[in-house]
Design a protein around this ligand. Structure first.
Ligand code: ADE
Length: 264
C-alpha cells in the first residue's frame, strides 16, 4: 500500500468514489478503463479501481450494503489509498413529502436513524462522539449539487419522458441512514415523526460521514430517489435500480468530475 500512497503524492491525491451496488456506479469503471486504464487492487474483500476518469484521478469501489460496509470501505479509502475526499453515489427512499421518484437529494447533513443509546445518550447521538448530525464538505456538496442541476436542466425532461417519472428536482438537506430497507407506511411514518426534516433514507451515507468526520476527510453524498420507502418500495427500488440508476449516476458524475477541483 505504501507504493499507492507515494504514487498519489506524486500525481495529486485521488478522489474516492463509492456506491453500494454496481448499478449505482453506472459505467464509471468502463469510462476509467477507456480514459486511463484501470489498476485494480483487492483489499479487505473489495476491489478498488484506481485510474483517471473525466480528468480526475479517482479510486472507485463498491462498499456493498449497510453502515458497517460503508465504514470499513471509507476507512480503507482513507488509509490504504490516501484519498483527498470521498463522494458516495446511489439511490435512496424518499421521505420528505415533496421528494418524488426520480428526484435527486444532495446531503447537507446525515444522521444514523437507527442509533439509540437512550436514556444514556440522546436518541440519534453517536455515544462518546457527541454528534448526531454529521456535516459534509460544503464546497464539495455545492459542486455536486451544481452538477445535478446541470443534469436536470440538460436532460431532466427527456429522462422523465423516457422513464415515465416526474421531471426531476434537486433537493438539499438531511439524509438518514440505517441498517434497514424502509418499506412500509408505518416505518415511513415513524421516520417522518421522529425526523420531520429528513428528505431521504438509505443504508450507508451517515456511516461514511461519521468516518470522514473522525478522520477530517471531506465527503459528500448524492442520492437519486428510487422509491418512497412505503409498501411499493421493493418493486419500485428494483426497477429503478436496474433500469434508471446508472443513467443518473453517469450523467451526474460526468458533470461533477469534469469540473477542476472535484478532488476536494
Ligand atoms: N435505498 C433505496 N431505497 C431505500 C429504502 N426504502 N430504505 C433504505 N434504503 C434505501
Amino acid at each position: 500500500m505504501s507504493t499507492l500512497i507515494s504514487e498519489a503524492a506524486a500525481t495529486g491525491r485521488p478522489l474516492g468514489i463509492l456506491a453500494a451496488l454496481p448499478q449505482e456506479l453506472g459505467d464509471l469503471i468502463e469510462a476509467m478503463r477507456a480514459e486511463s486504464g484501470v489498476r485494480t487492487v483487492t483489499h479487505g474483500r473489495r476491489d478498488y479501481h484506481v485510474g483517471t476518469v473525466h480528468g480526475t484521478p479517482c479510486v472507485v469501489t463498491l462498499a456493498r450494503v449497510g453502515k458497517v460496509a460503508a465504514a470499513v470501505t471509507a476507512s480503507a479509502l482513507i488509509h490504504a489509498f490516501d484519498v483527498e475526499a470521498i463522494v458516495f453515489t446511489g439511490v435512496a427512499g424518499g421521505v420528505g413529502s415533496d421528494v418524488r421518484v426520480g428526484d435527486i437529494v444532495v446531503a447537507s447533513t446525515l444522521l444514523q436513524h437507527d442509533i439509540d443509546a437512550s436514556p444514556l445518550f440522546p436518541r440519534f447521538e453517536v455515544p462518546l462522539l457527541g454528534v448526531s448530525r454529521f456535516g459534509v464538505d460544503a464546497a464539495l456538496a455545492d459542486r455536486l449539487a451544481a452538477a445535478c442541476e446541470r443534469f436536470v436542466a440538460d436532460e431532466g425532461a427527456a429522462c422523465a419522458a423516457r422513464f415515465g417519472t416526474h421531471e426531476p428536482r434537486v433537493h438539499r438537506g438531511l439524509i438518514v441512514s440505517g441498517d434497514q430497507f424502509v418499506a412500509s407506511a408505518a416505518a415511513l411514518g415513524a421516520l417522518r415523526f421522529a425526523l420531520p426534516d429528513a428528505l431521504a433514507v438509505e443504508m450507508e451515507g451517515a456511516a461514511l460521514a461519521q468516518v470522514c468526520h473522525e478522520y477530517g476527510v471531506p465527503c459528500a453524498v448524492v442520492r437519486t430517489i428510487s422509491d418512497t420507502a412505503d409498501d411499493h418500495a421493493p418493486a419500485s427500488f428494483m426497477s429503478f435500480l436496474t433500469e434508471i440508476a446508472g443513467t443518473y449516476s453517469n450523467a451526474i458524475l460526468a458533470r461533477f468530475l469534469a469540473v477542476p477541483g472535484s478532488g476536494g
